[in-house]
Design a protein around this ligand. Structure first.
Ligand code: SDX
Length: 428
């Protein structure tokens, strides 16, 4: 017999079912709340509200646990690859060697995009933010591939998923190449997923691009760490947009825009800009931390804090270690890394941050690696989107398979003017 929660309103008591997940999380099912009581729940920012049941990713914010389909992020970071993690998130199980081979080859041979996309990008201003270009381009994918847009047709979904995973690196690199006035590169099918992305980004038609294995491995790790994260802002955007039964490309385009915000995925760019400002303005880390604590100062310690993680972000620990490994192997001395380490040390011992349970998140160190391998600041969030793509896809597919599926339509509490009559303009 399921547990219940009793809710008393006035002289009425409502018995609500308690739902329990596989990790012991519990929720009160309020689907009959309004019909039985005339009341709705109120939870701006949804910090106490579950939007769905999901089997994709599990986070324990108190213990700093992150698992994709039950596999700890630490093990996937050490043993897996981004394409294997993409398969795991989307299909729910680790692939056999044959399944992984077929998946990898399908992605490898769909990386080219329609030639007309070149004029699509060329129409954008040179200084267009790559996230704007990517959101627009992904939304436009449906116009180039109208044959696979039905979200309720499994075969069309499979085709769209593979096309999107395969083509996004190419589309992302076009946004960058356009901004620096270099020719778009064609995909190189002799290279693996990340190696191909690197040659798309940093190769030129003038010479054969040599992939640096240290950089290739570091990017693959970063993509794994960003691949999914439960019902975060952009995943919830993909689900809400997708709940109208728009095609995959439309829903993902909405997610890219949500990720762009500096409070979400845009934080990785904001962190590196913060570190560079501290360096260039000759500020000490302590001076900046004091500014971040000052209510009268809009500065925030970007890359710190999280709605869910209240002790530490397991991804940050892995990225911080990778920072030292990669920069050491590349022989890069990074003042930005020194500042980041100092900021972390000060903040972790400052009551303001400790009391508010603010700890470094996934974005705090990732930009240091991106910078060290030559990624321009405004491409950092595109890298986040590249990593998050399989997670968004998995969440979108799970939503369509959910027996509880319905179009998302939150309620509100109206606080505006009560009824009043129209006043002709001459009498106002
Ligand atoms: C991501 O949800 C996900 O899973 C997201 C993500 C994913 O993988 O998808 O993990 C990726 O988005 C990571 C977060 C990246 N964003 C940042 O690093 C931006 C800086 N952090 C914040 O703006 C903030 O911490 C949030 C947005 C991340 C979380 O916001 P909350 O939980 O709504 O917290 P809040 O804004 O209500 O702040 C609570 C208090 C406030 O102070 P008081 O009003 O209590 O005095 O903490 C303060 C805030 O002012 N605070 C900060 C701070 N973050 C919160 N003060 C200084 N610096 C900060 N970074």
């Amino acid at each position: 017999m399921a547990d219940t929660a009793e809710l008393r309103i006035g002289d009425k008591t409502l018995s609500l079912e308690v739902i329990e997940g596989s990790e012991g999380e519990r929720a009160i099912d309020i689907r009959k709340l309004r019909s039985e009581t005339g009341h709705i729940s109120f939870d701006p920012g949804y910090g106490n509200s579950g939007s769905c049941r999901s089997a994709v990713t599990f986070i324990d914010g108190e213990q700093g646990i992150l698992r994709y389909r039950g596999y700890p992020i630490e093990q996937l970071a050490e043993h897996s690859s981004f394409l294997e993690v993409s398969y795991l998130l989307i299909y729910g199980e680790l692939p056999s060697a044959q399944q992984l081979g077929q998946f990898t080859e399908s992605i490898r041979y769909h990386t080219m995009i329609h030639e007309d996309f070149k004029s699509f990008y060329s129409a954008m201003p040179k200084d267009a933010h790559p996230m704007a270009a990517c959101a627009a381009a992904v939304g436009a994918l449906g116009t180039f591939y109208p044959d696979s847009l039905d979200p309720l047709d499994p075969r069309q979904v499979e085709i769209s998923v593979h096309r999107l995973l395969a083509k996004f690196p190419t589309m992302a690199s076009y946004a960058y190449k356009h901004s620096i006035g270099q020719p778009f590169m064609y995909p190189d099918n002799t290279k693996d997923y990340v190696g191909n992305f690197l040659q798309l980004m940093f190769g030129t038609p003038c010479e054969q691009y040599e992939v640096n294995p240290t950089i290739e491995k570091a990017i693959d790790l970063l993509l794994i760490l960003h691949a999914d994260h439960e019902q975060n802002c952009s995943a919830s955007t993909v689900r809400l947009c997708g709940s109208s039964q728009v095609n995959l490309f439309g829903a993902i385009s909405a997610g890219i825009n949500a990720l762009w915000g500096p409070l979400h995925g845009g934080a990785n760019q904001a962190v590196i800009e913060m570190l560079a400002a501290i360096r260039d303005e000759g500020l000490t880390a302590k001076q900046f931390v004091d500014r971040a604590k000052d209510r009268n100062d809009t500065s925030r310690l970007m890359g710190f804090g999280h709605r869910v993680y209240r002790n530490f972000d397991p991804r940050m620990k892995i990225i911080k270690k990778a920072c030292f490994d990669v920069l050491g192997q590349l022989g890069v001395n990074s003042k930005l890394l020194e500042i980041a380490v100092e900021l972390e040390e000060i903040a972790l011992n400052d009551p303001y941050f400790v009391e508010r349970r603010l700890y470094p998140n996934v974005d705090f160190y990732s930009g240091v690696i991106y910078t060290a391998i030559g990624t321009p600041d405004n491409m950092f969030t595109v890298m986040f989107a590249l990593g998050r793509l399989p997670g968004w896809i998995a969440q979108w597919m799970e939503m369509h398979d959910d027996p509880d599926f319905k179009i998302g339509r939150p309620r509100q509490i109206y606080t505006g003017a009560t009824e009043r009559d129209y006043v002709p303009v001459g009498q106002r």
